[in-house]
Design a protein around this ligand. Structure first.
Ligand code: 13P
Ligand code: SF4
Length: 364
């Protein structure tokens, strides 16, 4: 078995041979041994933008999870190949909403609210999907006047949606939806949760009548682990601690924290802090450990004392990265080939692209 160092050498050699023909994108949650080879590192919004910035590259190697690679395929040119080094790198939250259940919910909402715009021209419901969703759900949003959001622009996107609709159906992450709507001043009782096992979500028509944001039941198994007790313990031990959590955390955790924001927000908050600051962070461990190593002038630790990586992000390791790059180079015996290409079905690509482009164009 090759060591990490040997794999690193092979990756560097293949990248040098390929030059500008290939670009490697990496999400903040990736392992260090992978990220050191990335040409661009960012949160999911920045990676979507980065995809568009390199139309010259023949191949985009996406070190992240499946929905991110699908997004890259949607935003890249038809000639570019998007490669996910390990096809088993999915996202359990993205799998919590599927097109059949969302369509079923949508049809019930149409029965309840109708489809006619009000006197201000606002339609009854706008669908908003978190980036962490399949291309089919992005297409659903594109087709039904909706939009995509990420953790860094959710408020801007909800404002975009409320300018066009009286309420929002938000999926798959209930926590991002709830935390964002609450920060915008929407009362909790106007955010019913859709329950697919009961007709009309188990809510009465009256409850849904008041709804401003209808939440899906999805969640992230990594961010669900953070608790208010962990924040209390961090504050007891470090009275000057600044607690920053990701908006995929439950509402009570976001409320108990000092701040919340996307992975890039967390990184920038740490970079901007005066030396000697103490941070307790509620997000995936690879990012927290990297930030702690990059900022020895601060004390930085993860709120969760049990090390908990995102198991699917973790499925990309340097062996896979070496393999997909070397396949692109080829050998005398083995012609160059694209392996693990992610291609979004043409039936959904057009509408999915519409929803993504609306997000990229949405401004606060
Ligand atoms: P960011 O958009 O903050 O990078 O988050 C993506 C993600 O999957 C967090 O779990
Ligand atoms: Fe999905 Fe959670 Fe992993 Fe993000 S951290 S990719 S939401 S499982």
């Amino acid at each position: 078995l090759a060591t990490t160092e040997e794999l690193g050498e092979r990756i560097r050699a293949a990248k040098e041979t390929l030059g500008d023909r290939v670009v490697v994108l990496g999400h903040f949650y990736q392992r260090d041994e992978v990220l050191q080879h990335a040409d661009f590192v960012g949160d999911s919004f920045q990676l979507a933008q980065a995809t568009k910035s390199r139309p010259d590259a023949e191949a985009i190697i996406f070190c992240g999870v499946h929905f991110m690679a699908e997004t890259a395929d949607l935003l890249s040119t038809p000639d570019q190949a998007v490669i996910l080094p390990n096809l088993a790198a999915g996202c359990s939250m993205a799998d919590m909403a599927d097109i059949d259940s969302v369509t079923d919910c949508w049809e019930q909402l149409e029965d309840l609210y109708g489809t006619e715009p009000d006197a201000d021209g606002r339609v009854p419901v706008i669908p908003v999907t978190y980036m962490n969703s399949s291309a089919a759900l992005k297409a659903f949003c594109g087709e039904h006047g909706g939009i995509v959001c990420t953790s860094s622009n959710a408020e801007t996107v909800l404002e975009w949606a409320f300018a066009r609709g009286r309420r929002v159906l938000f999926f798959p992450d209930q926590h991002l939806g709830r935390n964002t709507a609450k920060a915008m001043g929407i009362p909790l009782e106007h955010m019913p949760m859709w329950n697919p096992r009961k007709p009309l979500g188990g809510s009465t028509a009256d409850e849904l009548g008041d709804a401003e944001v209808i939440l899906w039941h999805g969640f992230c198994s990594v961010h669900k682990r953070f608790t208010v007790d962990q924040i209390t313990a961090a504050r007891l031990e470090h009275p000057d601690v600044r607690v920053i959590v990701h908006p995929e955390c439950p509402m009570a955790v976001v409320d108990a924290a000092d701040e919340y924001g996307s992975t890039d927000y967390i990184k920038k908050a740490i970079e901007a802090a005066p030396a000697g600051s103490t941070f307790a962070i509620g997000t995936e461990i690879n990012l927290v450990q990297r930030l702690a190593a990059e900022h020895p002038e601060h004390t930085i630790f993860c709120l969760d004392p049990v090390i908990c990586p995102c198991s699917t992000m973790y499925r990309i390791h340097s062996g896979y990265l070496a393999w997909v790059l070397e396949a692109l180079v080829g050998t005398a015996e083995q012609p160059a080939e694209v392996v693990n290409r992610i291609t979004v079905d043409q039936k959904v690509a057009g509408h999915a692209r519409v929803a993504l482009e609306r997000m990229l164009a949405a401004r606060p």
